[in-house]
Design a protein around this ligand. Sequence first.
Ligand SMILES: Cc1ncc(COP(=O)(O)O)c(C=O)c1O
Length: 396
Amino acid sequence: MTSSARPLLNRRLAEFGTTIFAEMSALALSTKSINLGQGFPDTDGPEEIREAAVRALRDGLGNQYPPGPGVPELRTAVAAHQQRRYGLRHDPDTEVLVTAGATEAIAATLLALVEPGDEVIALEPYYDSYAACIAMAGGRRVPVTLRPQHGENAGFRLDLDELRDAVTDRTRLLLINTPHNPTGTVLTPDELRAIADLAVERDLLVVTDEVYEHLVFDDAEHLPLATFPGMRERTVTIGSAGKTFSFTGWKVGWVTAAPELVAAVRSAKQFLTYVSSGPFQYAVAEALALPDTYFEALRADLRAKRDLLASGLAEAGFEVFRPAGTYFITTDIRPLGESDGFAFCRALPERAGVVAIPNAVFYDHRETGAPFVRFAFCKRTEVLEEAVRRLKASAG
Ligand SMILES: Cc1ncc(COP(=O)(O)O)c(C=O)c1O
């Protein structure tokens, strides 16, 4: 311990103590609750991909430092995936960078592109690492709030005028996330076009977190921002194997962008981890080449789980914002006579044996996020059924 009065944690990180996920997961354990808080599947991804990782390990592939940008097999597979799915062409050697999950991709991108004092616009509620990484880069976050719409087409929508008004001469980049955690919103082609037009008009860089690209339901379609006119050269696209292949612990992510952007991100990335996940990179290369049937089955499975949890939550009295993408459902607790999501989530494990996350942690404007609570549905059907049973019972 130092004797000086100066706090140990520096000023940039002072507001980011421990994440709510640690608190809520500890509560889940101590109360033996069903944990619908943190977003990780409770079953592993495809057996053949697990076997591919074992094979790589046994064959001595990736057990020593892989190449800095990632193993060529994975970079080629990422480029092939972007082309097959979206018609985006990327040179695997200069336009693809493998990272330690999307988390490192976000950190390295912001550390590389943001100067102290630069403004970074992020959609609020935002994935919690965005705020911390903007702070570490010395940037200033400027949240643009997705607004809830109630009733028939309940959901959270982007107000394009608010986005436009948030841009100033200090704005360095737009940090976009679609499909969006925690609201489940998938930005429409019109919204994406408007974002692209704004970025071109104001000459902004765009960082787009598309880790839930394959988790879209019903009529929703994921379109990468990089496919819109003028965006290919100014966009850093972030992907991850964790969500698509249900191996969140492998931490394999990637960045695709123009060569100069990838080079910039690599400059930061090389001093964060340098490299990671050697054998898993080979397995993910195989996973990205899985046939369309894999991706369709994943979507169908999650859609059924979404429907199960959404109806259960509605029957338990929550207002449900039915997500078009991701594996999260945001609810409004006001119909239950509650208004403080923090208090609600801290009491829920004792009361109902279920853990959820208060969306307020994803807001600068905490009072705006106060009545919203997020549940994850990437769990086995019987687990979701039991959670619904408990929530209904506790609602009386
Ligand atoms: C929006 C978003 N971005 C990034 C990540 C992190 O992804 P990874 O596990 O690949 O680091 C998550 C994980 O929950 C997420 O929800």
